[in-house]
Design a protein. Structure first.
Length: 145
C-alpha cells in the first residue's frame, strides 16, 4: 500500500473523509493530519486522551514539596537557633521554601518528561505548511513506511 494524500478546502469534507478512513480500519498511527486551524471534532474522532506528562509534573511537584520541607526541618534541627522560646520547627516559614521547590521541581520534571515522551518527526517525512497552504490535509501512510 502506498502513501495517499487527501486535500480539502472545507472542514466538513475533511471531517467526513476522516470518519470514513477511521471506520474503514485505518489506525491512528498511519494518519498524519495538517490543519490550518484547530478543530475540536478531530480530537473527538481520534479519541485523544491526556498523556502521561501530568504524572511527571505531579511526581516532581510532590518530591520538591517534600524535599523542601525535609531540607528546612533538617537544617533547623541540625543548627537549632532558640529565639525567645519559639519552636525550632515552625511550618509557616518552611511552607514558602517547600512551595518554591515544588514549583521548581515540577517544572523541571515536566520539561524532562516532555523530552522523554516527545515523538519528534523524522525530517524526511515532515509536512511543511507551505506545501498545502490553508487546506486540510490527510496523509495515509502505507505499510512499508
Amino acid at each position: 500500500m502506498m502513501t495517499q494524500t487527501y486535500q480539502y478546502e472545507e472542514a466538513e469534507a475533511f471531517l467526513s473523509k476522516l470518519r470514513e478512513l477511521l471506520q474503514s480500519g485505518i489506525s491512528q498511527e498511519q494518519l498524519e493530519l495538517q490543519l490550518p486551524y484547530h478543530l475540536p471534532e478531530v480530537e473527538q474522532l481520534l479519541e485523544l486522551r491526556p498523556g502521561p506528562l501530568r504524572f511527571f509534573a505531579l511526581t516532581g511537584g510532590l518530591s520538591g514539596f517534600l524535599g523542601g520541607l525535609g531540607l528546612c526541618i533538617y537544617t533547623a534541627l541540625s543548627w537549632p537557633l532558640i529565639t525567645g522560646g519559639k519552636p525550632i520547627v515552625s511550618l509557616p516559614p518552611f511552607l514558602i521554601i517547600a512551595y518554591l521547590l515544588a514549583v521548581l521541581f515540577g517544572s523541571l520534571a515536566s520539561f524532562a518528561g516532555f523530552l522523554l515522551l516527545a515523538r519528534l518527526p523524522k525530517r524526511d517525512n515532515l509536512l511543511e505548511p507551505s506545501d498545502f497552504g490553508n487546506h486540510f490535509v490527510i496523509v495515509v501512510k502505507g505499510e512499508g513506511q
